[in-house]
Structure formats: C-alpha cells, structure tokens
Design a protein around this ligand. Structure first.
Ligand SMILES: [Zn+2]
Length: 63
C-alpha cells in the first residue's frame, strides 16, 4: 500500500539521475514526484509495483 510522502526507489533511474520519488497522490493511479528534478509522473499501481525496488514509509512527524 502506498501512502502520501512515502519514498519509492525505482529500479531504473530517471533521466535526471534520481532514483527516489515521493508519493504525491494516491488513488486509481499513483502520482509521484522525482526527488531529483521535481517532475511528476502518474503510474498505475501495477506499473509502480513492477518498477519500484523499495519503498520507505513516510515518517510521521507528531510532536
Ligand atoms: Zn528526475
């Protein structure tokens, strides 16, 4: 399950060289923002599952 602000590390790097993406929106599609260049991309859950190597869960910042 992907949630907003999770960090997804892809198997293949983006053209900018970055491999880490931040989940910006979830739903039928997952919207990701590249941590390297800031571009957005929409992937279906199946596509993301295939491309993702690891997922780091967002750290909750509760005080
Ligand atoms: Zn990029």
């Amino acid at each position: 399950m992907y949630e907003i602000n999770d960090i997804v590390v892809m198997k293949k790097p983006h053209p900018c060289g970055g491999k880490a993406w931040t989940v910006a929106r979830t739903g039928a599609d997952i919207k990701l923002q590249c941590n390297g260049c800031g571009r957005f991309v929409n992937l279906t859950r199946d596509e993301l599952k295939k491309r993702a190597k690891t997922v780091e869960k967002a750290v909750e910042e509760n005080e």
